[in-house]
Design a binder for this molecule. Structure first.
Ligand code: ADP
Length: 175
């Protein structure tokens, strides 16, 4: 395990880090799963900031694989970095590169914000249906490659339950 990677079980909205990542949808206007939890915990300030992004930089919505930051509102984190994971049934042979882009682009946004720590949920593995084992390997490799470039960042993977955490840990064994 890379020395700057942590694996946890819990609610990502409670993480005391500079940035938490949201597995958003391209509308940026909220949804279920971790997206709903983040908007509920952070309050209206997040939705307002997302609406501004839709009115400005991304009128058509945030493309899959891209990442953009807003305030974290009432949460302990300073920022939410919204990224849109691929929908597994629709991404064809682009699935792996799109999921990897979610991680890499989010990390680069965190870097630009001056963050030294960041927490990720298991992007695309809920409603978007990405097989958890494969998603784990892509997530871990993307983060490890970024850290191996020498960036100073502590990266937490936060799983909603112990079972998902176990799948992740077993899937990345030997990587
Ligand atoms: P996607 O649409 O990208 O699949 P989901 O929100 O449906 O996103 O699921 C992504 C992952 O986030 C799932 O593994 C789900 O169990 C997990 N999740 C849901 N709520 C939370 C939370 N509060 N903290 C951390 N992970 C969560």
């Amino acid at each position: 395990m890379h020395k700057n990677i942590r694996i946890k079980t819990g609610d990502i909205t409670k993480e005391q880090v500079c940035a938490i990542v949201n597995a958003a949808n391209s509308s940026l206007l909220g949804g279920g799963g971790v997206d709903g939890a983040i908007h509920r915990a952070g309050g209206d300030a997040i939705l307002e900031a997302c609406k501004e992004i839709r009115a400005g930089r991304y009128p058509e919505g945030l493309p899959t694989g891209e990442a953009v930051a807003t305030t974290a509102g009432a949460m302990d984190a300073s920022y939410v970095i919204h990224t849109v994971g691929p929908i597994f049934s629709r991404c064809g042979n682009a699935c792996e590169s799109l999921l990897a882009s979610c991680y890499t682009n989010s990390l680069n946004v965190a870097l630009e914000l001056g963050c030294k720590d960041i927490a990720f949920p298991a992007i695309s593995t809920g409603i978007y249906g990405y097989p958890k084992e494969e998603a784990a390997r892509i997530a871990y490799r993307s983060v490890k490659d970024f850290l191996d470039e020498g960036h100073e960042m502590t990266v937490s993977f936060v799983f909603h339950n112990a079972q998902d955490r176990k799948i992740f840990e077993e899937s990345i064994r030997g990587l």
